[in-house]
Design a protein around this ligand. Structure first.
Ligand code: NAD
Length: 394
């Protein structure tokens, strides 16, 4: 079996993610069936894609007439049965296991036995989704990032029973779509949503301890770290409700490992309805004319904040390698292409010196006596043996 432009693609759910995935597949040249059960959302998705594609044509990002050609390749439908004949079906419905089970059960009875079934889930286990399927070997995770047409990364996640052929075929095709794929083990948060936890969690902890305020932490991460956005700006953009939910899910899924413990500050923000940009107030006030606090631009304080958050991120990245979640290269690729980190965390670790990072973590652990700061055994071993993640360049 082979997947190429001639393969029909099904996308289930035309919400935030589904409509973007349908756009990518249709832009590549596939005939796409986009199934959305809610008529208002179906209508909205069609208008949204019309607007986006027209704008792309005006800005000459796509050729003249291409907007219409791409749209014509998308068939907006309301029933899963419209996916009959699709060689690849990507599910992007609500993040709820029983709902996904229902859809996958139905898809199995509709799709040909050789069709590949993918889920765009961010936090559910692929093995759990495939658990209800008769042919779990053809089920895998294809985790796109928002906005799907713009973010290059797709995490490819095999479940316990996924066949090598399924992984290869889906990965090759998604690569052909122009995406960067990385392979991630079916564990909570895959690569990005696991490794990125301390960007938020440690920033919140620093805030709660009163070491620095919101604006200063954001300033430090941008100015000293080179991150495009500070943790609080980013949480406000993602939505504090969404971010809190991911943290909670990852914490539970890791059997309450204290490293992933959610923060009361974030919980209170959600309870207060301060969800971020979408409610015009979160850690910052986005209402018209609002004045937000200025950062304390103290280089020493900034360095302390940045080093602490970076050390925690590197510890998490090292742990993902240690636990065979992904390769060194894929962990670094995932963070640069999925969430725009300025550098791969493990390359950054080499640059800063693994002994320095380990020292920061050991100091935190001895100061607080909390398991949250325990250094990854891989990091300890590498420092002991004088190793680096990448071969030295000269
Ligand atoms: N939003 C993100 O940033 C993001 C990023 C990566 C992955 N994801 C994952 O992608 C999936 C979708 O997320 P989203 O943000 O696009 O959700 P969304 O709520 O915007 O869209 C889901 C859509 O699926 C539709 N739907 C539900 N059941 C259906 C059915 N049986 N048949 C057809 N349509 C159905 C809903 O009407 C809704 O429009 C989730 O698994 C989520 O975890 C989301």
């Amino acid at each position: 079996m082979y997947l190429d432009k001639q393969t029909a693609v099904g996308v289930i759910g035309a919400g935030t993610m589904g409509r973007g995935i349908a756009q990518i597949a249709a832009a590549y040249g596939h005939q796409v069936v986009l199934v959305e059960s809610n008529p208002a959302i179906r209508e909205d998705a069609e208008q949204f894609l019309q607007r986006i594609l027209k704008r792309m044509e005006e800005k000459e990002k796509i050729g003249r007439g291409e907007a219409n050609a791409i749209l014509e390749r998308i068939d907006f439908q309301s029933e899963l049965s419209a996916c009959e004949g699709a060689g690849l079906i990507i599910e992007a419905i609500f993040e709820d296991l029983p709902t996904k089970h229902k859809v996958f059960r139905e898809l199995e009875s509709i799709a040909g036995s050789r069709a590949i079934l993918a889920s765009n889930t961010s936090s559910l286990s692929i093995t759990a989704i495939a658990g209800v399927c008769r042919l779990p070997e053809r089920v895998l995770g294809a985790h796109f990032f928002n906005p799907a047409p713009l973010m290059p990364l797709v995490e490819i996640v095999p479940g316990l029973a996924t066949s090598k052929q399924t992984i290869q075929l889906a990965r090759n095709l998604i690569n052909d779509w122009g995406k960067t794929t990385v392979l991630a083990k079916d564990t909570p948060g895959f690569i990005v949503n696991r490794v990125a936890r301390p960007f938020y969690g440690e920033a919140l902890r620093i805030l709660e301890e009163g070491i620095a305020d919101v604006a200063t932490i954001d300033w430090a991460m941008k100015k000293i770290g080179g991150f495009r956005m500070g943790p609080f700006e980013l949480m406000d953009l993602i939505g504090n409700d969404v971010n809190y939910k991911v943290t909670e899910t990852v914490f539970e899924a890791f059997f309450y490992d204290p490293r992933y413990r959610p923060s009361f500050t974030q919980k209170r923000m959600v309870e207060a309805g301060r969800l971020g940009k979408k409610t015009e107030i979160g850690y910052y006030d986005y209402s018209f004319g609002a004045k937000n606090p200025e950062p304390v631009k103290d280089p020493e304080l900034g360095q302390t904040v940045f080093t602490r958050i970076l050390a925690m991120l590197i510890n998490e990245a090292a742990d993902a390698v240690f636990m065979n979640i992904a390769s060194i290269e894929d962990v670094d690729m995932a963070m640069t292409k999925g969430v725009n980190y300025p550098k791969g965390l493990l390359a950054w670790a080499d640059e800063m010196g693994l002994d320095k990072i380990l020292g920061v973590l050991e100091n935190l652990q001895s100061e607080y006596g909390e398991d949250r700061y325990r250094p990854c055994p891989l990091l300890k071993r590498m420092v002991r043996q004088g190793q680096t993640f990448y071969p030295p360049s000269n």
